[in-house]
Write a protein that binds this ligand. Sequence first.
Ligand code: NAD
Ligand code: ZN
Length: 238
Amino acid sequence: MVITVMTGAGISTESGIPDYRGPGGLWRRDPDHEKLVTIGYYLADPDIRRRSWRFRRDNPVRAAEPNAAHRALVELERAGRLDRLITQNIDGLHQKAGSDPERVLELHGNMSGVVCVDCGARSTLDEALDRIDAGEQDPACLACGGILKTTTVMFGENLSEDVVAEAARAAERAEVFVAIGTSLQVLPAASLAALAARSGARLVIVNAEPTPYDRIADEVIRDRIGEAVPRLVARLTA
Ligand code: NAD
Ligand code: ZN
């Protein structure tokens, strides 16, 4: 049985990282938050960049630990059942839990790196945050003075075509496609679930709130992810 799993922000809320659209989500608390992760605002407005860097520095992501659901997906892989682990998350918690980085497809990049939008020079988030801690508010590229951003894919930016193509191939060959903790409201995640179902996969959705794809799913599990995913993995590896 070829199983591909796709995860969204909902798998990490029990690790203390708020999602965007869930009940305690960042957008319900601060509608302005969208600007901090939208490339147009970020490039045009130094104040958005200063807020964005402060948000990165104070972000719970940096201290977060994987939870039972991330760990269960490691077990699925070790049992030889996991083909690809597609994620919309930028928190790196799948890899931190022990998932093989080669199998993890990060649709939206990750937070560990920093890149200059002008010359492409790369450095680490830790280096940039050291500069914030030392008093800089909007650290510029040390090579060319350009604007720095994390290696996450912001709204308005293109996704890596290679990553999207590999995710699509995994969705097509999946016999079971499990979508966990995603509201399935942004592309390409939403279309990957549809592609998998169209290509014959059994579609399983694990999410507390309804999604637009529930009606084409073969199974919808509306429980807490930290409990539901270990249970599901036990069933899939039995
Ligand atoms: P989303 O915020 O749109 O949806 C998350 C869904 O998970 C919601 O429907 C919510 O009801 C559900 N959920 C949350 N906690 C749950 C729990 N414990 N049990 C069951 N269900 C739970 O998330 P998305 O679809 O991933 O889209 C958000 C976008 O924001 C993505 O592009 C992602 O890159 C980014 N993001 C990432 C992180 C992260 O890396 N952890 C956090 C916030 C946002
Ligand atoms: Zn530069």
